[in-house]
Design a protein around this ligand. Structure first.
Ligand SMILES: Nc1ncnc2c1ncn2[C@@H]1O[C@H](COP(=O)(O)OP(=O)(O)OP(=O)(O)O)[C@@H](O)[C@H]1O
Length: 640
């Protein structure tokens, strides 16, 4: 088929029996040959569409789904279009209906993978395999979060894992199975641990040895016994009608091992399309394998170079095996509509991608599309240099982002008062509080807390308003206390007057009042302010007071890499941790393309349109050469 014939075929099918807007026509005409080829690809062949970053996956999937729905005849069967988040579902549903032009018939399903698995499989048929008590009319599973607190939910004691792990009680709700390594894990708070590793730990082995010795029973508590206990604990949980979120995939898998059920689902949804397929976990792939074997055609769209959810048990190697086992045909989208060619080339190199990708965005920053800046001790110096670049290239600060690897790094950069503000913490806190803007107010609270910490001698973290339980029972009351102090200080015009004053004169007018307001509020939480004297900081007495505003770098949005997956910005500062202790947040690890750390770096580097800047701690000559060979230009203070 020629390009024109492809466009004609698509337009004809989509416009049949309805008004087709000019805009919809133009959207079809702008599609590349690769995009059109996929949209018109056979629906009875399993296909993996390997789509590079910025290639318009969602638009293409939306158009493909709309095209197939238009051609669909049966009213009893349909297509399932699956994503991984509610937000992604809303976007894809919107694309499908904009091309389809009317509400999508209810025999088709557009939703998240889990809503499909829960609603159409596990909740519908699970009771057949786990005899949920007869007195329950509702045969569905109640989902119990793995972080449900056992202290407030005594009934969870019925589902304790009966195995002597030292100093630890494990509940069925906390157990989940990772299909990639065929092992059970326990999820408690932030941590997830393999039960086999816990069993083999020195502490556990010593504990078991002691029990064996005491009972004179050397055969007790073997690893197989632990595995049996896990199964028993889970089965009891399921039989009583409970399951955690991950269990639903195992229950669905059990249902699909029943041939009748599997063929029923395969008949109802003979075609399944999955966006962002690189995020599929091993257990989810196992479900899809059963459906494919029962005759379902699956289309995957995604980018394995962006697989960054190993914590959810997604694993590119397993995915590739799955494609081979089920004889998938691979197609490509290799035009990136998001970024300049330099950014595309650099990310392709760091991602170890072996096919060529073309970028479509015209450069704004010339030689500095891809650059790096070194910082000494303070990452904020890199932010400052980046902000200068934004100004020079006329990129609005709101269209730029600083990307970091962890929430902790994000908080540190978002709310910590800068050293400049710490010379006059109280004055600056008063000024920032009056600006009535969230970041300014958070910084104001933090500055006041910083001063109180110094006066009172307690220690807290800068990203948590220096809160310490030595002073206040909880962080909420602490924040409230800080707020009340600032409200009172700001209500006094003598405190807020800045014009024509020197710092020295402000301190002499206000120091007594500052102490009395703070002492009064501390008394409300049962604390005394030690006897202190406020002095004008050295060298500032004669300086005229200035009205401070937050420097621009503090208004820059700081985000974690995981939270911007799928997003687009004009400019990105990818900030490395100062050293390799930062593991996946350290720049050298972003160059390991076979590793998840490399993929995390790749996701970050493919977000910007015009400017990609790496912020790294001081480099050796060798390291500098390495970055420059890859295509990053060094940013000097006098650049460009
Ligand atoms: N044929 C096309 N012509 C022009 N623009 C296009 C075309 N196809 C897609 N685009 C645009 O390219 C941009 C990037 O698309 P999108 O954000 O969907 O990429 P993506 O494939 O999801 O990327 P990533 O995986 O990196 O998040 C969107 O603004 C989209 O409208």
């Amino acid at each position: 088929m020629t390009r024109d014939e492809k466009i004609e075929e698509l337009t004809e099918v989509l416009s049949a029996g309805k008004v087709f807007t000019q805009q919809a026509k133009e959207r079809i005409e702008e599609k590349t040959d690769e995009q059109l080829d996929y949209i018109l690809s056979p629906i009875d062949q399993c296909i993996y569409l390997e789509a590079c970053a910025g290639s318009g996956k969602t638009e293409v999937l939306g158009l493909k789904a709309a095209y197939e729905i238009c051609r669909w005849i049966s009213r009893q069967t349909g297509i399932a279009v699956l994503t991984f988040t509610n937000e992604a579902t809303a976007t894809i549903a919107d694309r499908v209906s904009s091309f389809y032009g009317k509400p999508v018939p209810s025999n088709h399903f557009i939703g998240t993978f889990s809503s499909f698995v829960h609603g159409h499989i596990a909740q519908r048929f699970g009771y057949k395999f786990y005899d949920i008590p007869g007195d329950r009319t509702d045969k569905s599973f109640r989902i119990i979060d793995s972080d449900t607190n056992p202290y407030g939910n005594q009934w969870l004691n019925n589902y304790r894992l009966e195995f002597p792990f030292p100093k630890q009680t494990i509940y069925a709700s906390q157990l989940y199975y990772k299909g990639s390594c065929k092992d059970w894990f326990v999820s408690q708070g932030e941590s997830t641990k393999s039960l086999t590793e816990m069993y083999n730990s020195v502490e556990c082995q010593q504990y078991i040895a002691e029990i064996r010795r005491r009972k004179n029973a050397p055969y007790l508590f073997q690893l197989n016994y632990l595995k049996d206990q896990i199964k028993e604990c889970k089965l009891k949980f399921w039989h009583d009608g409970f399951a955690n979120f991950d269990d639903m995939n195992l229950i669905a898998h059990r249902c699909l091992r029943d041939e009748i059920i599997c063929h029923f689902i395969a008949k109802k949804f003979p075609v399944i399309m999955i966006d962002e397929c690189q995020d599929l976990s091993a257990n989810e792939l196992n479900i899809l394998s059963l459906l494919i074997t029962a005759g379902v055609t699956v289309h995957y769209i995604g980018d394995l170079h962006q697989a960054i959810y190993s914590f959810k048990d997604s694993c590119p190697a397993l995915f590739l095996d799955h494609l081979t086992t089920h004889h998938f045909e691979t197609m490509h989208l290799s035009q990136n509509f998001r970024s300049t060619q330099k950014i595309v080339d650099f990310s392709r190199k760091m991602g170890g991608i072996d096919y060529s990708i073309s970028g479509s965005v015209e450069s704004k920053c010339g030689n500095y599309d891809c650059c790096y800046v070194e910082y000494d001790d303070d990452e904020k110096d890199a932010i400052m240099a980046f902000t200068d670049m934004l100004n020079r290239f006329d990129i609005p600060i709101n269209d730029a982002v600083v990307l970091v690897r962890t929430q902790t790094a994000k908080q540190k950069l978002s709310h910590g008062p800068s050293n400049d503000h710490k010379t006059h913490p109280i004055i600056n806190a008063i000024q920032l509080w009056q600006q009535n803007e969230p970041v300014a107010r958070q910084t104001a609270l933090s500055l006041l807390a910083y001063q109180l910490q110094r006066w009172m001698g307690f220690h807290g973290k800068s990203n948590n308003y220096y809160y310490s339980d030595e002073v206040c029972p909880n962080v909420v009351s602490w924040r409230l206390l800080l707020r009340n102090i600032l409200v009172e200080l700001c209500s006094d015009p003598v405190m807020t007057t800045v014009d024509e004053l020197t710092y020295g004169s402000w301190y002499s007018k206000n120091k007594e009042r500052v102490i009395s307001v703070i002492a009064h509020h501390l008394n409300t939480i049962g604390q005394d302010l030690p006897v202190i004297t406020i002095r004008t900081p050295k060298g500032t007495a004669k300086q005229p007071m200035v009205q401070i505003v937050l420097p621009e770098e503090e208004q820059l949005c700081v985000e974690t890499i995981h939270s911007v997956k799928g997003g687009t910005f004009d400019a990105v500062l990818l900030l490395s941790s100062p050293d390799a202790r930062g593991k996946t947040g350290f720049w050298e690890n972003w160059l390991k393309s076979d590793d998840e750390s490399g993929r995390i770096g790749y996701v970050a580097c493919t977000r910007p349109r015009y400017l990609l800047c790496w912020g790294v701690g001081n480099l050796s000559d060798d390291q500098r050469r390495k970055l420059e060979e890859l295509g990053l230009a060094k940013l000097n203070n006098d650049t460009p």
